[in-house]
Design a protein around this ligand. Structure first.
Ligand code: PLP
Length: 394
């Protein structure tokens, strides 16, 4: 049996890039000072945090310093989830007279579950539907965003299908009614070009571990001039917008990871979409009764969501795991529940197909050999499971 791991679950998390690990190393035992300290030992560490801030800002098209030379627009957080929570919290506080939040049915739980909390606090939450390809109902958006809407939160790209949303249009529709706009760009960052300035975005969330930085670090972009109330109160770190001593090593690593993505954005887009397209071509040619989910004309380069009729995604994953192949059914967040993912259900994917859905997600560390190997192992796995499926009619 194969012992080598073929990791095709990069939307769940990624490996830390060796260059990122190297950049982080000095900040554990050598430059371990507190960036808020007065002494030079701590102060020199603060300079590295600011370098990372610039690197994150450059990936997002954000400003690194304002005209007074102060660090601005980028707030370091502990993860993507914190960024989503902090953005929604700040947005509703910045529009205190408005009591409505407009989002989508296919958001990450970090947005959906915070919205449920806002609902308990008396907000009206509107979740916009998507079509069979996972595309947003723009007419519903235009109808729902009104003078009572504090914030519109629509993800840049979906983590399960890779479908990319028309962020520019959604942002403009929010602003037309005086609402703020937040986007969860955790999956999009480093994979497609982001320019918060050109799009006039108010809040944007990113996470380290989806872009080859460690788990437990992220950033929130907040447009200059927006009144920001923190989610976490404490010391004066991050200009009093996020209390807590900075996770310096991870922040430095995150900055390095962002600059690597920024530098190779187009090259990596071609690499990832090349592997995905070859994979899908091979699977479609060898396995009957499949459907590829998402907006095929407009999705992330490295995400492939495939439904195999009449069988269980979990069984497919278990058999693939015997070959060392790692993929995912639904999203990692729904593992353990027997319900198909909320994203596939929202797209109206029939029950029998939604249950047999596997997400393959690629990174720069995958190879075409791994793609070919996986595509070769898949047909007998699917055939074997369908043979014993009571629903399969050949
Ligand atoms: C992974 C992910 C998150 C959560 O990020 P964490 O850093 O794991 O908290 C949020 N949104 C999307 C779209 C994600 O894929």
């Amino acid at each position: 049996m194969e012992s080598k791991t073929i990791y095709l679950d990069n939307n769940a998390t990624t490996c830390v890039a060796p260059e990122v690990l190297e950049a982080m190393k000095p900040f554990f035992c050598e430059y371990y000072g507190n960036p808020s300290s007065i002494h030079r030992f701590g102060g020199s560490v603060a300079a590295h945090v600011e370098t990372a801030r610039r690197q994150v800002a450059e990936l997002l098209g954000a400003a690194w310093r304002d005209k007074d030379g102060n660090a601005s627009e980028i707030i370091f957080t502990s993860c993507g989830t914190e960024g989503d929570n902090a953005a929604l919290n700040a947005a509703v506080n910045a529009r205190p007279e408005r009591k409505k939040v407009v989002t989508t049915v296919v958001e990450h739980p970090a947005v959906l579950h915070y919205c449920e909390e806002l609902e308990r606090r008396g907000y009206e939450i509107v979740k916009l539907p998507v079509d069979g390809c996972g595309r947003l109902d723009m007419a519903a958006l235009e109808r729902e965003v009104d003078e009572n809407t504090a914030v519109v939160s629509v993800m840049w790209a979906n983590n399960e299908t890779g479908t990319i949303f028309p962020v520019k249009e959604v942002c403009a529709a929010a602003h037309a009614k005086g609402a703020l706009f937040h986007t969860d760009a955790v999956q999009a960052a480093g994979k497609v070009k982001i320019d918060v300035d050109a799009l006039d975005i108010d809040f944007l969330t990113v996470s380290g571990h989806k872009v080859h930085a460690p788990k437990g670090v992220g950033a929130l972009f907040v447009r200059r001039g927006i009144r920001f109330t923190p989610l976490i109160f404490g010391g004066h770190q991050e200009r009093s917008r996020r209390g807590g001593t900075e996770n310096v090593a991870s922040i430095v690593g995150f900055g390095k990871a962002c600059s690597m993505c920024h530098e190779k954005l187009e090259e990596e887009y071609a690499l990832l979409s090349g592997m995905r397209d070859e994979f899908e071509r091979r699977v479609a040619a060898t396995v009957p009764k499949i459907r590829i989910n998402g907006d095929l004309a407009n999705r992330l380069p490295g995400t492939s969501s495939i439904s195999f009729d009449c069988i269980e995604g979990e069984s497919i994953l278990m058999l693939l795991d015997m070959f060392g192949i790692c993929a995912s059914s639904g999203s990692a967040c729904t593992t353990g529940s027997l319900e198909p993912s909320h994203v596939l259900r929202a797209m109206g994917i029939p029950y029998s197909a939604a249950h047999g859905t596997v997400r393959f997600s690629f990174s720069r560390y995958n190879t075409m050999e791994e793609v070919v190997f996986t595509a070769e192992k898949l047909p007998p796995v699917i055939a074997r499971l369908r043979e014993i499926s009571p629903y399969w009619k050949g």
